[in-house]
Every structure is written in C-alpha cells, then in structure tokens.
Design a protein around this ligand. Structure first.
Ligand code: SF4
Length: 209
C-alpha cells in the first residue's frame, strides 16, 4: 500500500505541478482561517469573490471580533450558511484576541477546537501557513481515499489517521493538495474520468464507479 501510494503521488505531482490551496487573497493565518470557514458548503471560487472586499475592510482578529453579527452576515451572505459562519468567525476572532494576543496559534492541537476550526481546517492551516505537515481530509480527499482503497472509513477524522499510517510525514501536505486537485479535475464525485486518469493503473475502482 505504501509503495502504491508513493507511485500515485509521483504521478499526481507530475500531473498537477501547481497543486496547492485554491483559496486566494489571504495574507495572514487569521485571514486563511476566515476563508476556510467561508468555504464550508461553498466553492473556493465563490469565497475568492468575497474575500478581497472582506480582507480590505477587516485586517486583524480584533477587526473581525468587533464587527456586528448582522454586518458580517450581510457581507458573507453569498457563501451560504452565513449566520453560522459569521458567528464562528466572530467567536474565533474573539478567542484569538483574548487568549492568543491577536495571533492565531500555530500548533494543530491548540487550533483544533477553536470556534469554527475542526481537524480539516486546523490541518490546512498548519500545512499552508505554518510549514508543518498536514493531512486535509475534505470531500475530495475522502472520496479518493475510498476509491483508491486506502480507507474503508467514513469519518474524516479517522480517515486522516488511516492515511497518516500509509504516507511519510513529508508527503502529507502534497498528498492533500493532489487529492483535491485530482478530485476537482478528473476523479469527480459523479462520473469520474477514468479514461483520462493518470493513476488509473493503480486504482482498484477504475471503471467501477
Ligand atoms: S481511475 Fe477513476 S476512480 Fe480511480 S482515481 Fe482515477 S478517476 Fe478516480
């Protein structure tokens, strides 16, 4: 399984040399945290349309903590689930200001459990802005892990540990980005394009989904 995973990663790195986080316009860990909260049940494209205006207006955790709920709701409305997202962003910002001096903490264990931050977001943050290895189990990662036969589980938090047992730490971040890129560009949820897939010969689900 480990050898197959290495070959898959090699081919996907070659197919997607620019694989990386597709949320744009953020410059600080707090801004990426906000963008990630907004991306729940929403496309990165839509989030990327909202964040330039948002980040021009609110530059720090203190700014986000101070914005009234209704104001923020109106500004992020187009990303869907805007009431919950506004509540989470403001609650996160308040904790970051009160407990961490306005700076988002950089370690996974502290990040997990902050308002609006689950394991997926915490892993994305450590991998993308803090330079640590991270396994980011989003919907694409989960679907591909199952199709590729690397997990039989459904719970993303458990899938994270299945893949951690297969991949060396230095590959966790690249693997995560490659899974998302491949899921968005070839291994679609409906009708995956197995005929064009660069890892078809390594996939037990090829032609069977
Ligand atoms: S062969 Fe098909 S199911 Fe397997 S990874 Fe490629 S696109 Fe997905």
């Amino acid at each position: 399984m480990k050898t197959r995973a290495q070959e898959i990663l090699k081919r996907l790195r070659s197919a997607y040399p620019d694989a990386g986080c597709e949320l744009q316009h953020w410059q600080t860990p707090m801004e990426l945290a906000v963008a990630t909260i907004l991306s729940a049940q929403c496309t990165d494209k839509r989030v990327n349309m909202v964040t330039p205006v948002l980040f021009a207006k609110y530059r720090s955790a203190a700014d986000f903590a101070a914005v009234p709920q209704e104001t923020l709701e109106a500004e992020i409305r187009s990303t869907g689930f805007f009431r919950n997202k506004a509540r989470n962003i403001r609650a996160l910002a308040a904790v970051v200001v009160e407990k961490f001096g306005g700076e988002l903490p950089s370690d996974l264990d502290t990040l997990v459990g902050l308002p609006g931050i689950g394991r997926k977001t915490a892993n994305l943050l450590v991998a993308t802005v803090f330079g640590q290895p991270g396994i980011v189990v989003d919907t694409h990662f989960k679907r591909l892990s199952q199709r590729l036969g690397f997990t039989k589980l459904e719970d993303p938090d458990k899938i994270e540990f299945d893949l951690k047992a297969i991949l060396p730490e230095e590959d966790w971040t690249d693997w995560s980005h490659c899974m998302v890129f491949h899921g968005r560009r070839c291994c679609y949820a409906r009708k995956p394009d197995c005929a064009a897939c660069p890892i078809a010969t390594l996939c037990p689900s090829c032609g069977k989904v």
